[in-house]
Design a protein around this ligand. Structure first.
Ligand code: NAD
Length: 502
């Protein structure tokens, strides 16, 4: 199959978007490299403290006008944005593949999921409605209204360059707030394209600002007294020790969606063929760089003898390895490709270090992704193939830590209880899946498992835009979650009015 046309022909010079103007940063500049081809596709600024301050100031100034704009008028801007995103759907998806490395189908899926948040946020006149009750005492009525707070900071990770900013920005803006968004400097192009379209959709200057960069920009947001809240998605050390901690100190609202180490349980009655299809997407989709990716597969011998469990384990692992070996690897703009590269060389080296660690600690390497066959003439800088480890005890480093790459660990448990205990022994609580035909087992699993997103015969337990993207333990810090009704609550302050007429 042919490689699809690249929408970026020569390296783009990326600017910040502050107060409705595209402005060049005074900061240093970093190359954005297509991880499949090795070509520089853009240069992104690492903005300065003054630039983040300017963006916050612009957002603060835009707020009084924007909050008085009727919710329906704000929703109309988002309707126009939704239309423009649809018109540019394919271009945006190809940009994602170029800047991140994921396959074109994965990018199209991400574009769809991202747009859905804009669609949900257009329902703001209903979503933001308050409550009222007559006669709470003789002749006295009471009602609750939701009001925007002001300026919010949004900090996104590299692994979903289009969607994650949209988990927050549309709701923040629909509720009447203004935002300053900092995308990952590793793949900043999609968020830049979104803001270009937001400008075309008529979102006024200062409402949706974009500042590229790294720690300086993040610190500038965390310390700024005019930022009322922060939405962060990224790794646990940054989310917990930098973002959540500092927001606590400065009294800001915070959503910090963090890292993961997800388990998939395969029960004896699971449909193996369909389970394996779901597992391939879950373990290897997005090249394993997904917070909802499964990483540890537990074959559960509920009701089986020891020998039956061994046989069932071999059947599952054999089918898993066979399916993983068939995954085609290459440039995501080639529609025949099923798995792209890791985002960059550093991420590949990190995954290789984990593979070596697994071998060192005694796990058996059943499929070695270091020996990777790539479709097409591409530099082998960022590619790692599907990797499978067997006989992985729970306390091994590769079973405990987030690898964020295409590495699967195969394990065994004698019962569902034991498998749930295994999940609970891990510090993360982002997602977990069970594959079974039994309603009883599925219910037991969803009831007891301490994870925010549960899949029953679903490998990637991704909530739709109208449900909150949840998380527990080391995977989430904050109170309310992003997306849908919870995001609306996060971005608004409730005010209660009690009134009596003399
Ligand atoms: P990261 O933590 O390295 O970076 C996230 C953001 O924080 C980026 O914008 C980055 O520029 C900034 N940043 C990085 N280090 C910083 C520091 N020391 N101080 C201040 N800011 C800093 O994460 P990443 O590598 O971009 O993304 C991968 C991680 O995100 C994984 O752990 C993954 O599980 C997690 N993730 C979680 C979810 C979720 O919803 N729970 C979704 C997607 C990704």
């Amino acid at each position: 199959m042919a490689v699809l046309q690249e929408p970026i022909k020569e390296a783009l010079e990326i600017k910040n978007y502050i107060d409705g103007e595209w402005v060049a940063s005074q900061g240093e500049v970093k190359d954005v490299v297509n991880p499949a081809t090795g070509k520089v596709i853009a240069r992104v600024p690492i903005s300065t403290k003054d630039e983040i301050d300017e963006a916050v100031e612009a957002a603060k100034e835009a707020f009084p006008y924007w909050r008085r704009t009727p919710p329906l008028a704000r929703a109309r801007c988002l309707f126009r944005l939704k239309g423009l995103l649809e018109e540019n759907f394919e271009e945006i998806s190809r940009i994602q593949t170029m800047e991140h490395g994921k396959t074109i189908d994965e990018s199209r899926g991400e574009t769809r999921r991202g747009i859905e948040n804009v669609e949900v946020a257009t329902g703001i006149p209903s979503l933001m409605m308050g409550q009222n009750l007559e006669d709470i005492a003789a002749g006295i009525d009471e009602y609750l209204i939701r009001q925007p707070l002001g300026v919010f900071g949004i900090i996104s990770p590299f692994n979903f360059p289009f969607m994650i900013g949209l988990w927050f920005a549309p709701y923040a803006i629909a509720t009447g707030n203004c935002v300053v968004l900092k995308p990952s400097s590793e793949d900043p192009l999609c968020q830049t394209r979104i803001v270009e379209l937001a400008e075309e959709a008529g979102i006024p200057p200062g409402v949706w600002n974009l500042v590229h960069g790294g720690r300086t920009v993040v610190s500038g947001m965390l310390d700024h007294p005019d930022i009322k809240g922060i939405c962060f998605v990224g790794s646990t050390p940054v989310g917990r020790d930098v973002i959540y901690k500092r927001c606590g100190e400065t009294g800001k609202r915070v959503i910090a969606q963090c890292g993961a180490k997800n388990f998939a349980l395969v029960m004896p009655d699971a449909d193996i063929e369909r389970t394996m299809a779901a597992c391939m997407t879950s373990f290897y989709g997005n090249t394993g760089q997904r917070c909802l990716a499964n990483a540890n597969l537990v074959v559960v011998g509920e009701g089986l003898s020891g020998q039956e469990l061994d046989e069932f384990y071999e059947k599952v692992v054999g089918a898993f390895v066979a399916a993983a070996s068939r995954i085609s690897i290459g440039y995501g703009l080639n529609e025949a490709v099923q798995m792209g590269p890791l985002r960059d060389k550093g991420k590949k080296e990190r995954v290789l270090r984990y593979i070596e660690k697994g071998i060192e600690e005694g796990a058996r390497l059943r499929l070695d992704g270091r020996e990777v066959e790539i479709i097409g003439d591409l530099p082998d800088t960022c590619f790692v193939g599907p990797t499978v480890f067997e006989d992985v005890p729970l306390d091994m480093t590769i079973a405990q830590e987030e690898i964020f790459g295409p590495v699967a660990n195969m394990m065994k448990a004698g019962s569902l209880d034991e498998a749930i205990e295994m999940i609970h022994s891990n510090p993360f609580g982002n997602a977990a899946s069970i594959f079974t035909a039994s309603g009883k087992w599925a219910r037991e699993f969803q009831y007891r498992t301490e994870c925010g997103n549960i899949g029953v015969n679903i490998g990637v337990a991704a909530p739709m835009a109208f449900f909150p993207f949840s998380g527990m333990k080391d995977s989430f810090f904050g109170t309310l979650h992003g997306q849908g009704q919870e995001a609306v609550r996060f971005f608004t302050e409730s005010k209660v009015v009690i009134q009596r007429w003399f």
